[in-house]
Design a protein around this ligand. Structure first.
Ligand SMILES: NC(=O)c1ccc[n+]([C@@H]2O[C@H](COP(=O)([O-])OP(=O)(O)OC[C@H]3O[C@@H](n4cnc5c(N)ncnc54)[C@H](O)[C@@H]3O)[C@@H](O)[C@H]2O)c1
Length: 357
């Protein structure tokens, strides 16, 4: 990526406005953000920096833990004059933190299918050993909240009668196969959180994000939205894998980050929440058409076999039931797909090169 903002300023303002009074809970607090240099992690850091600048009487501090396996150090120093500590560390190994920690946001993970095919053991370890090591930190001190980033992938390939999918659906997941390192380790990560909550009172809450997207995604991320965006900018045909009929729902970053913060601050401990946007549920072919309407030109498509580097066996449908998040967290996504893609395109035009690989 060229040297350009990793987020939209207007998105950060929107998130803060929507958090309202809840944001005051961070005054004077120390927040540990694992995976803080990744796509979601960076948004947490920028929102907290914005709170310090504009809202909080007592500034909060952050401790960022990342090993940069899929990211690079972003230019965040400007937003954080002080109170920013970075620890370069692989969470597969134990971590010692001295001093107080009030909240832990465990967003470290290997989220893109391309990367979890490339790094299966690391994927498995960050969600299991990494989660355990952070839970140990939480157990040693009175933290106020612990948020674990699980995934909608823990549902595997849900059968039709469980779509939209509620949190109580146990999943249809294979412990073997190209996606198991991700799906199964996220499931175990959730179990660890539930056990640490039950046995030691750690206030752990889990979120299951459904395809979050937005400005700030790396051009070499390989997930579908940055992939299409890069190809559009490079005037290359969009590649649709398999039949193109597999569906997803997509959640814009502002909606998702509000949901994650609410889950951290208000979520029931020991429980999990779907965070996403239930509509529209679109196939990859339809997603290409939405892009076409957003950029107002015909986009050439090529339907191709799954590349070797991409784990096949992907879920055919994915759509969240958000009634639990609405009831418990007052979570309601508001950004439509066309509007979200429009913002991504606008941002990416100044940032993506069009041929990252
Ligand atoms: N973005 C989504 O749509 C989505 C959907 C479902 C789940 N999630 C989960 O949310 C979390 C954040 O996702 P993201 O989109 O920001 O991913 P990302 O890949 O952009 O960022 C993840 C960060 O974690 C770091 N990391 C990975 N392994 C680590 C380790 N062993 N030790 C320390 N740091 C490590 C990476 O270097 C990277 O900076 C991940 O756990 C992911 O599995 C995201």
């Amino acid at each position: 990526m060229r040297n350009a903002p990793l987020f939209l300023e207007s998105d950060i303002k929107t998130i803060v406005e929507r958090l309202g009074q809840d944001a005051q809970q961070f005054a004077g607090q120390t927040v540990l953000v694992s995976g803080g240099h990744g796509f979601l992690g960076r948004h947490f850091l920028i929102v907290l920096a914005y709170l310090n600048e504009h809202l909080l009487k007592r500034r909060c501090r952050v401790i960022v833990v990342d090993n940069h396996i899929t990211s690079a150090a972003p230019l965040l120093k400007r937003a954080w004059r002080d109170g920013y500590r970075f620890i370069q560390h692989d969470l597969a190994r134990p971590l010692t933190i001295r001093g107080s920690v009030d909240y832990i946001i465990h967003a470290a993970g290997i989220a893109s299918p391309y990367y979890y095919r490339k790094y299966p053991l690391e994927t498995l370890e960050v969600a299991t050993l990494g989660t355990r090591h952070l839970l140990e930190i939480a157990r040693q001190r009175p933290v106020k909240g612990f948020l674990f980033f699980s995934s909608s992938e823990i549902y595997g390939n849900p059968d039709e009668k469980h779509i939209p999918t509620t949190e109580s659906y146990a999943g249809n997941v294979s412990c073997l196969g190209p996606r198991a390192c991700y799906d199964e380790s996220k499931r175990l990560g959730e179990t660890l959180c539930a056990v640490f909550h039950e046995e030691f009172g750690v206030p752990a809450t889990m979120v299951r994000p459904f395809n979050v997207y937005g400005p700030g995604m790396s051009e070499a991320d390989y997930r579908v939205i940055p992939n299409f965006t890069s190809r559009i900018i490079g005037r290359r045909p969009l590649h649709i894998y398999g039949t193109g009929k597999q569906t997803r729902t997509f959640c814009y970053i502002t909606d998702a980050i509000v949901g994650f913060f609410k889950a951290l601050l208000r979520g029931a401990r020991g429980q999990a929440y779907n965070i996403g946007n239930p509509s529209p549920e679109v196939s990859m072919l339809e997603l290409a058409k939405v892009f076409q309407r957003v950029v107002r030109r015909k986009l050439p498509l090529e339907v191709i076999e799954y590349p070797d580097a991409y784990p096949s066996d992907e879920p055919q449908r994915r759509c969240p039931d958000l009634s639990k998040a609405a009831r418990h967290l007052d979570y309601h996504p508001v950004v439509g797909l066309s509007e979200g893609l429009h913002r991504v395109m606008k941002w990416a035009e100044g940032v993506y090169t069009g041929s990252p690989f």
